[in-house]
Design a binder for this molecule. Structure first.
Ligand SMILES: [Zn+2]
Length: 299
């Protein structure tokens, strides 16, 4: 069973469906961040919807960026997806525990409800399309449903879930976005409402081993599958990128890293990979930095 996103049409082409199995992707995110269960669910749900949004991108280089700041203890959640199916993301504090009296993870509590959800779609146009809405519950699914309704004028049902084991590992994850296309008829709307009432939580379908396409056909027997794309956790950070980023620092700051800290350790926020720069490396960067400055002065 593999992670992937699937796009389909159903109910006489009046409904559009995006569905993802994202168990491996969320599991890789959990390992990278060594996150506590409720944070894994918050980040995993956001990563999954980001992957679903990115499945609409036509080119590999195009990006979707999601930012949620709800005022809760997890801090900001930022996720990015590209047109090749790569997704990465983080929450600022990934070790917060929160569960409800019934034992369910309290995602709304770690995310918070006082804040916004922002989506930026960079589809190769001059300006990325950006929409922002107030959060509804911090439970992610409802918040995205509101985003689609308000910001993109598309009535949508969003179901997204992450099931976490008692040892913090990820058992199952998946997401589904069902959207009414413009001009949908009354009878389609009521048929869809009836169907949605019969839907079970995403994690149940995923845990039973259903593929994304299988689930679409299970819910919409008349669905026509429009496309499949792989979905994977991948961060494209590198030593070169961080070294280039350091070149933009003030030279006094680089000098103090050399004199006082005798080196620097940079952690990628998205994937937690560590990059160590020795005193020697930093001297090289400083030299290059001074060189660029000289060149700019003389030109
Ligand atoms: Zn990274």
């Amino acid at each position: 069973m593999k992670d992937e996103t699937v796009i389909a049409e159903a109910m006489n082409q009046q409904v559009r469906i995006h569905c993802a199995r994202s168990t491996d992707m969320v599991s890789a995110a959990q390992k990278a961040h060594d996150s506590a269960a409720a944070c894994t669910a918050a980040l995993g749900r956001t990563l999954t919807v980001t992957g679903l949004l990115a499945s609409d991108l036509k080119q590999k280089e195009e990006h979707v960026r999601v930012r949620i700041s709800g005022g809760g203890p997890i801090g900001r959640i930022i996720c990015e997806g590209d047109g090749a199916g790569n997704v990465r993301g983080f929450g600022e504090n990934m070790n917060i525990y929160a569960s409800r009296p019934d034992g369910h993870l309290d995602v709304g509590k770690v995310v918070g409800t006082e804040g916004t959800l922002q989506v930026s779609r960079d589809m190769g146009l001059k300006e990325p399309f950006t929409g922002t809405v107030e959060l509804v519950s911090g439970e992610i699914g409802e918040d995205f449903a509101r985003y689609f309704a308000v910001s993109e004028q598309t009535p949508s049902v969003v179901s997204v879930g992450v099931l976490v084991n008692t040892d913090s590992s990820v058992l199952a994850a998946g997401g589904l976005i069902i959207q009414l296309l413009p001009g949908a008829q009354e009878e389609t709307i009521s048929a869809l409402e009836e169907m949605v009432k019969t839907m079970r939580p995403m994690t149940e379908y995923m845990q039973e081993g259903m593929e994304a396409e299988e689930l679409i056909l299970h819910l919409f027997p008349d669905a026509r599958i429009l496309g499949h794309r792989q979905l994977r956790w991948h961060c494209d950070c590198s030593r070169e990128r961080f070294s280039d980023a350091m070149m933009t620092l003030r030279k006094e700051d680089i000098a103090s890293m050399i004199e006082e800290d005798h080196g620097a350790e940079i952690v990628c926020q998205f994937c937690q990979r560590k990059y160590v720069f020795s005193e020697e490396d930093l001297r090289e960067i400083l030299e290059k930095r001074l060189h660029v400055e000289d060149r700019n002065r003389t030109s």
